[in-house]
Write a protein of this length. Structure first.
Length: 506
């Protein structure tokens, strides 16, 4: 067992480096045991490792590590996973890559289907998107590689292979796996508990069915909320979403925490209008939205300075402003920062999904980005928000060493700390991609996939670091060199594309 700190609120526990059912059984054995420990808030089992998230107010990292070292003798038997039979319509419009996989394998399409359905698959990990289960092991004869270029949109229910892995896409996301067919089974539904159909340790068989057997049952439509219509969206801008402080407890199902990119700014906006800290607000980047007041409402703007004005008159940041019915709130130019927040007195009213009002745009969890014609509703949220504490004033962004230092060449961390990096235009709520000197690996630049944390500095084979942000995947296969200190993430988040950043050890 190898224990490594993973930021200030998590531990990485590695039991091996192979993909093996017996090793996964040990992971699940430990997972069952550790979830009963005081201070443990959630866990992410995957292949040969377990990431344990804890509350440092209830248990210290050293105390938890000491308990974990005792686990093998007291953990008990591994839990028995459930078994699932998943009907699949193979080929045709539902399996556009089946002919190519057959040609790659030198088999007929029927033979590919027989091989795919003739295997019972073990769920090794959930990640990539909410409810996406990585299953193995695909027979070698049909273990076709990923597409050279991912599709921009894969239909939900698509059953696909990538090397010796297979899985079902839960939502309409981009994806590079080769699609063999589609299932009517809903594999992720946020209205049920647990929301994911599959869990790590489950076993899955795919059954071929004819198109006549198609009969998907869609998840229940969420409640639209009962708040008072407060703002009309005249222009949604580039990306305007509803965010609060995030959703937690579902990372093991591939659900990222989401939430505000700059929680301090969200708290400041909520505090200015008297909202409780957990109230939802609007988060947006540049170009910003244009909003019209449908009723008299008190608002506050905080975070990035996008030159806010009401009917042509500038308004201050971080101060309450009374909008009268018919007033139009615009943002004229970006002066500083990258993410801005607009709080309404009473909070933004949208339905809670898995305990949060935050929007995860890639999967559609919690809704979508606002667009012209939408209406923002005001709630009746609790009042009395405390003012946020001042964040760190250092110019650099602080980091702690990551859990995979042995995957890098000697001196890689020192090089990362001594160089300057620029935020690239490919950065978003999932990850900030950095341009600068490449960081050398000791090997191929990949690890057996395991749980990830927000702020993890992943380094893919290219050597160019990526910092995982609130919408980032909960698991990943790139080694982590460092982890951004939680209190410093907002300062990194507020860097606009092209701005430069330096890192230092906390």
């Amino acid at each position: 067992m190898v224990l490594s700190p993973f930021g200030s609120r998590a531990l990485s526990v590695r039991l091996g480096t192979e993909i093996d059912p017996s090793l996964l059984a040990r992971v699940l054995q430990l997972d069952r045991w550790v979830r009963g420990l005081p201070g443990v808030v959630e866990t992410v089992p995957a292949y040969a490792s377990l990431v344990v998230h804890f509350d440092p107010r209830l248990v210290t990292r050293d105390e938890l590590a000491a308990r974990l070292y005792d686990a093998p003798a007291t953990a008990g038997a591994a839990p028995e996973g459930r078994r699932h039979e998943v009907p699949v319509v193979y080929g045709g419009e539902f399996g556009p890559d089946l002919p190519e996989v057959a040609a790659w394998a030198g088999l007929s399409e029927r033979e590919v289907v027989e091989l795919h359905t003739g295997t019972e698959y073990l769920v090794y990990m959930l990640g990539f998107s909410p409810g996406f289960a990585y299953m193995g092991t695909v027979p070698d004869r049909i273990a076709a590689p990923r597409l050279p270029q991912p599709r921009p949109r894969v239909p939900p229910g698509s059953v696909a292979v990538a090397g010796r892995q297979t899985g079902v896409y839960p939502s309409p996301t981009a994806g590079g796996w080769r699609i063999l067919g589609r299932t009517p089974v809903v594999v992720f539904d946020p209205t049920r508990q647990p929301p994911a159909l599959f869990e790590v340790g489950d076993r899955v068989r795919f059954l071929p069915v004819e198109r006549a057997d198609w009969g998907a049952t869609a998840p229940a439509e969420p409640d639209v909320g009962t708040g008072l219509a407060a703002l009309a969206v005249l222009d949604g801008g580039l990306l305007c979403t509803v965010q609060d402080l995030g959703r937690f407890g579902y990372r093991r199902y591939g659900v990222p925490p989401s939430g505000a990119m700059d929680p301090e700014a969200l708290l400041a906006a909520n505090g200015a209008v008297g909202n409780a800290p957990g109230c939802a607000a609007l988060e947006f980047t540049w170009p910003a939205p244009v909003l019209e007041a449908l009723v008299d409402v008190e608002v506050a703007v905080a975070g990035a300075d996008f030159s806010p004005e009401v009917d042509g008159s500038p308004i201050p940041l971080g101060r309450p402003v009374r909008l009268r019915r018919g007033h139009v709130l615009r943002f004229r130019e970006p002066r500083a920062g990258n993410w801005c927040y607009l709080a309404l007195s009473g909070g933004v009213e949208v339905p809670e999904v898995l305990g949060s009002r935050s929007t995860h745009v890639p999967s559609g969890l919690g809704g979508r980005a606002l667009r012209r014609g939408d209406v923002v509703r005001r709630g009746r949220a609790p009042t009395g928000a405390p003012r946020p504490e001042e964040g760190s004033r250092t110019r650099s962004v602080r980091v702690s060493p990551g859990p995979h230092l042995d995957a890098f060449a000697p001196g890689a961390l020192d090089r990362f700390l001594s160089e300057e990096y620029a935020v690239t235009v490919r950065s978003d709520r999932s990850g900030y991609r950095l341009e600068g000197p490449a960081l050398p690996h000791a090997g191929p630049g990949e690890i057996v996939s395991e749980g990830m944390v927000v702020g993890a500095v992943q380094v893919p084979p290219s050597g160019k670091p990526i910092v995982l942000m609130p919408d980032g995947p909960t698991t990943g296969g790139y080694p982590v060199l460092a982890v951004v200190v939680e209190e410093d993430l907002p300062r990194l988040a507020q860097k606009r594309p092209g701005e430069r950043v330096r890192f230092e050890l906390a």
